[in-house]
Design a protein around this ligand. Structure first.
Ligand code: ATP
Ligand code: MG
Ligand code: MG
Ligand code: MG
Length: 482
């Protein structure tokens, strides 16, 4: 089954169970001080769960664009190194707002996976919250009994609070969850070690696919729990992982979601995927990152030196450097992958098709500007490595990392990554101190400038929608279609 069909089947399945389909909310979150990017399907329903708003529909399903590169969920360091954590991914979800609860959620999840998608039952494991005496929380007996009616007891795993209890924050709705994991190892490997022992153990072939959260309590400020008057269901399934399981691949990157992108890169670079681990990581990082970058730009977040904009710039520069060092790209290349994004995602996420030209231009400019200094920065790093080797030292000074940042545009995480690849580390505290010093210097400078001649208002003819944006991208603003 192709990825597109797998996605539409999910939606249609829940529509047949009276769910209302809602489109994905933007990946970029505005006006929420607690969140920069959408990191789960439930984000857009937060107010319904908190009771601030009455849900429009009691049953909802969707495919949500998510980004996990900052805050509570930061998977960036895993991406490309493993084959199942992405920066940007789609989370398929179904919700009940005070409507159905555990029974339906569990039975439908099982029906969809085993009867519709036909995943082999003997490869699936489910987990149930085991309880937590310290927090006065009981085992989720209800979920356990429901699962026991469907799967043999030895496929049920009891899980700790870390994996099987969900909380929105220190206070608010919370509850136990049940997860579904799949064992994608070979028959031989499965005969040697039981899959049950590998669930939640970072095994690359025994992976979590679906999380069913049962919101049944409200955590009060004094830490106590109160039963919620209306109980809710919030589920999230990684689409790329589901596709991999259905297509029986050993990596998300071997599915038809990433295949066309890998092939395009192979053609462009003249290198093959699947021959050398370091080159493969570069392939995976690039085909992952181009999605994150394109989707966020389509939703209005332009790379910049601030907050969310800097997150995107860091991802982009990381991809550029992987391409430069391991695939031999000395000229901008990322932007040429954007037509594929439009082609493969334009039907479900029309914004990436509508903004295709704009996305490509922003990326191309970013690449061009970073490539201008990348080579110098890498040479400087080579020199530093040689120096440290001579002295028998292993730590790159904060001041040096700051110079790389300030003069050559190397985000700290990029310098740390290159350092790690070579057996070094970076003095991140020292870097932060240098950054602070620079901020103090520029504050002092701008204070002394206020008495001078300044243009307070210059009529540039473009609508002001953020400093970095107009400053850097005003000339391509016309390509933005909405
Ligand atoms: P993991 O333990 O693998 O990091 P998680 O427990 O952090 O996953 P949840 O917060 O439960 O993930 O999210 C629901 C589902 O989203 C997961 O079951 C998984 O299929 C998928 N998922 C989570 N993080 C990622 C990611 N970085 N890339 C792709 N899919 C992901
Ligand atoms: Mg995680
Ligand atoms: Mg997990
Ligand atoms: Mg989980």
């Amino acid at each position: 089954m192709e990825a597109k069909k797998i996605r539409s089947t999910f939606i249609e399945f829940f529509q047949s169970k009276q769910h209302h389909y809602v489109p994905s909310s933007p990946i970029v979150v505005k006006n929420d001080p607690t969140l920069m990017f959408t990191n789960a399907g439930m984000n857009q329903f937060k107010d319904a769960f908190l009771g601030n708003e009455i849900a429009k529909y009691p049953r909802v399903a969707n495919s949500q664009k998510c980004l996990r590169v900052s805050g509570k969920h930061n998977d960036l360091e895993e991406v490309g190194v493993d084959t199942y954590h992405h920066t940007m991914f789609e989370m398929l979800g179904n919700w009940s707002f005070g409507d159905y609860f555990k029974k339906e959620a569990i039975e439908w999840a099982w029906e969809l996976l085993t009867e519709v998608y036909k995943l082999p039952k003997d490869r699936l494991y489910v987990s149930v919250f085991q309880g937590d005496a310290g927090d006065n929380l009981a085992k989720d007996q209800e979920a356990f009994d429901l699962w026991k009616a469907i799967v043999p007891e030895d496929r049920i795993i009891m899980g700790s609070k870390k994996d099987n209890f969900w909380e929105m924050g220190d206070t608010g709705p919370c509850g136990p969850c049940s997860e579904i994991h799949i064992d994608l190892r070979t028959e031989k490997e499965r005969a040697e070690v039981p899959g049950k022992d590998l669930v939640n153990n970072d095994h690359p072939q025994v992976i979590e696919i679906w999380n069913l959260v049962f919101m049944q309590f409200n955590r009060l400020a004094d830490g106590s729990l109160k039963e919620l008057p209306a109980k809710h269901v919030d589920t999230g399934m990684g689409f790329e992982r589901l596709v991999r399981a259905i297509q029986m691949k050993s990596s998300n990157y071997d599915t038809d979601l990433f295949g066309p992108f890998i092939q395009a890169l192979e053609k462009k670079s003249g290198k093959s995927y699947g021959k050398d681990e370091q080159t493969d990581i570069a392939f995976r990082v690039i085909v992952d990152h181009i999605r994150a970058i394109s989707f966020t730009i389509a939703d209005g977040q332009i790379p910049s030196n601030n907050k969310a904009g800097y997150v995107i710039r860091r991802i982009l520069r990381r991809a550029v450097r992987y391409g430069y060092t391991f695939l031999g790209f000395q000229q901008p290349f990322l932007y040429e992958l954007t037509p594929l994004i439009a082609e493969y995602f334009g039907d479900i996420f029309p914004e990436v098709r509508a903004q295709q030209e704009f996305i490509a231009r922003v990326i191309q400019e970013e690449e061009t500007s970073f490539l201008r200094t990348l080579d110098h920065g890498l040479k400087m790093l080579e020199g530093i490595k040689a120096e440290l080797n001579e002295k028998g030292e292993k730590v790159i000074a904060g001041k040096t990392a700051f110079e790389l940042y300030d003069t050559y545009g190397f985000p700290l995480d990029l310098t740390s990554l290159i350092a790690r690849e070579n057996g070094f580390s970076v003095d991140e505290k020292g870097f932060a101190e240098e950054m602070e010093k620079q901020k103090t210097r520029s504050r002092a400078a701008s204070e002394s400038e206020t008495g001078d001649w300044v243009f307070v208002h210059e009529d540039t003819g473009v609508e002001f929608i953020g400093y970095d944006f107009t400053e850097t991208y005003s000339h391509i603003l016309k390509y933005r279609t909405i």
